[in-house]
Write a protein that binds this ligand. Structure first.
Ligand code: ZN
Length: 150
């Protein structure tokens, strides 16, 4: 278990140091800003949705390693997915990070997002990990204004 944890830690550090899809989109069809006042994480998510499919997704922002890594992993996970699939992934992700620390994790469904399962042991960190997802959802819902985890 310790080895697995170290591996997860490395993936999180990698994604926070060199986040994937870290840029603005030129012509986003959707975007929203998210803010986690508990930690000071700030993020803007940009999406290009066409025919119900996430054609492109990116983010910019500043915050802790968890929030950045989670946003990076999220963009990689939802790119190319349908909106329904993205929504399902969010539901599974949220379930994972808010479940009991020894609950089983559906690795098959969550893929790389599994590396963030450790945050469920740190309730304060859950908001850092879900910020990008809440912001994604706000962008898709067309809520242009800033969303807050509080
Ligand atoms: Zn944070």
């Amino acid at each position: 278990m310790t080895d697995l944890r170290e591996l997860y830690q490395q993936v999180i550090i990698d994604h926070s140091r060199s986040p994937r899809n870290y840029r603005e989109l030129d012509h986003p069809s959707h975007s929203a800003e998210g803010y986690n006042p508990l930690c000071g994480d700030q993020i803007t998510v940009y999406l290009e949705v066409e025919g119900g499919v996430v054609k492109d997704v990116s983010f910019k922002g500043s915050g802790c390693a968890i929030s950045k890594a989670s946003a990076s992993l999220m963009t990689a996970a939802v790119k190319g997915k349908t909106l329904a699939e993205a929504e399902e992934l969010f539901a599974r992700f949220r379930e994972m990070v808010t479940s009991e620390h020894d609950a089983a994790v559906n690795e098959e469904a969550l893929g790389k997002l599994t590396v963030l399962s450790g945050v469920r042991e740190f309730p304060v960190r859950v908001k850092c990990a879900t910020l990008a997802w809440h912001t994604l959802r706000a962008a898709l819902a067309g809520e242009g204004e800033r969303v807050s985890t509080e």
